[in-house]
Design a protein. Structure first.
Lengths: 269, 304
């Protein structure tokens, strides 16, 4: 055990306290300001009201933006699940020339700045596909999101495959099961939790993404982050943006809860 | 396999339904090469055909030029855009400023992650440890723009931070370079803190005993035993803090005042002068690739 003096423990504890204060004061200010009656965020908050909550829940643009975020997120997640899992199997099961390159290739979309990915894809959509008559529109956003979401599924599935014993699969094949049957009954159940976790991460990543979306969203289409950004860019951002932000903060308890459950399920596996 | 003998279906035999799949399954089973091809065909088509193709096309644009009068892009080959990046002092200082921001964010994240990791893994009770793990993870999910908005509210002119400092006769950084660094640290800190915490937990307890038995005090143990063992985790975390900060421009836009980053210049030029935007987007790519190649040998990439 690491033996620390009392003063060292107090020093460490103080730093942890500072980190927590630094992390949570700004978020609390957002929550507080969602109940601010004033038009813009102020300090101190003098008048409280729930008016902005009513405005937010009846707003058509917010509802449309939320719907877009969900559609794009689900589309990107499905694509990322297929592509990420295929790549994870290829890299874990086989040794081949260029394996390192494929590994680098799948990490690249998330390692390179979002603006580069966004600008590169929008260049392809607008200056190459459009002139030859292909209007990619809404689907372009899903393609862009799937590209950087893939690595989330890949990482999770790969980590699980590394821990799986190939014996069960060989036994299944020896007993006469085909490739598909073995995959469905033996292999998939073994990496199911990692598959679900990867899918969740991919959805969360897509739901939160804004920079790539700025450049790939078709005109007039807002995702929720785009809507927030446009509100923030106005000189007097209305307090309604704080309501949406508060809902997102509250919603972040869901993935934390699910990931705790998943990691517990994983320990029991 | 039960059906090692390949089935031959002659037209006259009629359709053999369940066996319809078997030949493919059998062929796949026998040929690892075919299986690998089947696995990689779709992902590689996607990554190379969509992503790498787009990156290459962007790079090609960097060698084109814009007609100053019609602002139309003219294909060709010129290095003018790259020359301008180096010769124009505004562009050069933007690159250096962005690099310094990314390095400062990484440094701050390291400085706070190590004590936090040690406290969580070695000092905190199991309950407090679980609480802190959730407390550090939660903001990770709270939304990128939500956190920028939160920092904007905190540091705005008449906001919380300035009000808190007012009794002391001080005023906060407002919207500036400093606030950009703080905001980016706020955004990417969990990406450093979580791997560092996991790494501290994995250090075998007997190493601490050995260090203490040999007479090292706590500070010496941390410096000479803990920190060197954290190196892979620190590198893995720094890939996130460094590259995510390097490419960011919304923090600069919303809490930076007049602070410009590489991303700001790319975003403001992409419609007016695509070639210069394309040339400028090479800068973060080079920074990130140099960094990735430098750390690849440490095996940190496998942890991402």
């Amino acid at each position: 055990m690491l033996r620390l003096t009392r003063s060292a423990k107090i020093g460490l504890g103080t730093i942890v306290g500072v980190v927590l204060v630094f992390m949570y004061i700004p978020l609390s200010l957002v929550v507080l300001n969602s109940f601010n009656a004033a038009r813009i965020a102020t300090w101190p908050v003098t008048d409280f009201s729930v008016d902005w909550w009513v405005v937010a829940f009846t707003s058509e643009p917010i509802r449309a933006a939320l719907l877009n975020s969900i559609v794009v997120g689900l589309g990107a997640t499905v694509l990322a699940l297929v592509l990420g899992t295929l790549t994870a199997f290829a890299l874990q099961r086989y040794s081949f020339f260029g394996k390192q390159t494929v590994n680098l290739l799948i990490v690249l979309p998330i390692a390179l700045p979002g603006i580069v990915t966004g600008v590169a894809l929008s260049n392809t959509y607008n200056n190459i596909l459009e002139p030859i008559g292909i209007q990619i529109g809404y689907f372009g956003m899903i393609v862009a999101h799937a590209t950087f979401c893939m690595v989330m599924v890949f990482n999770n599935v790969l980590a699980r495959l590394r821990r799986m014993s190939p014996n069960l699969q060989e036994a299944s094949m020896d007993l006469g099961a085909g490739l598909w049957q073995t995959f469905k009954l033996i292999t998939f159940p073994q990496f199911r939790t990692a598959f679900v976790a990867g899918g969740l991460l991919a959805f969360a990543l897509s739901f939160d993404e804004v920079v790539v979306t700025i450049f790939t969203a078709p005109p007039g289409v807002d995702t929720l982050p785009l809507w927030i950004m446009n509100q923030m860019a106005r000189p007097n951002e209305a307090s309604v943006v704080n309501v949406v932000a508060t809902v997102i903060i509250l919603a972040s308890f869901i993935p934390v809860y699910v990931s705790q459950r998943l990691s517990r399920a994983e320990e029991e596996d | 396999m039960t059906s090692t003998v390949p089935r031959v279906t002659t037209p006259g035999q009629g359709r053999v339904q369940p066996a319809g799949r078997k030949p493919l399954s059998t062929r796949l089973h026998r040929s690892p090469r075919l299986r690998l091809l089947g696995l990689l065909a779709l992902p590689l088509t996607w990554l190379v055909g969509v992503y790498i193709f787009s990156l290459v096309m962007l790079l090609v644009t960097a060698f084109w030029r814009t007609d100053p009068f019609t602002s139309k892009v003219i294909p060709g080959f010129t290095l003018d855009n790259f020359v301008r990046l180096v010769e124009n002092p505004a562009y050069l200082s933007t690159s250096l400023r962005t690099l310094s921001i990314a390095l400062l964010v990484t440094l701050l994240s390291v400085m706070f992650s190590i004590p936090l990791g040690i406290f969580m893994a070695k000092v905190a009770s199991p309950w407090l440890r679980a609480f802190l793990a959730v407390a550090i993870t939660l903001p990770l999910w709270a939304g990128y723009l939500v956190k920028i908005l939160a920092m904007r509210i905190t540091f705005t002119e008449n906001g919380f931070f300035n009000s808190a400092l007012e009794p002391l006769g001080l005023s906060g950084p407002g919207f500036s370079y400093t606030t950009v660094v703080l905001t980016l640290t706020y955004l990417w800190f969990p990406y450093m803190a979580l791997p560092v915490y996991t790494a501290v937990r994995q250090i075998p307890a007997n190493l601490f005993d050995a260090s203490a038995d040999l007479g090292a005090r706590s500070w010496t143990t941390i410096r000479t035993v803990v920190v060197p063992l954290l190196k892979p985790a620190l590198i893995a975390g720094s890939i996130f803090t460094f590259s995510l900060s390097l490419g960011d421009y919304l923090a600069a836009k919303f809490v930076g005042g007049s602070t410009q980053m590489i991303g700001s210049v790319i975003a403001s030029n992409i419609n007016l002068n695509p070639p210069i935007a394309a040339a400028f987007s090479v800068v973060p790519i080079v920074f990130v690739l140099v960094y990735l190649f430098a750390v690849r040998k440490t095996g940190a990439l496998d942890r991402m």
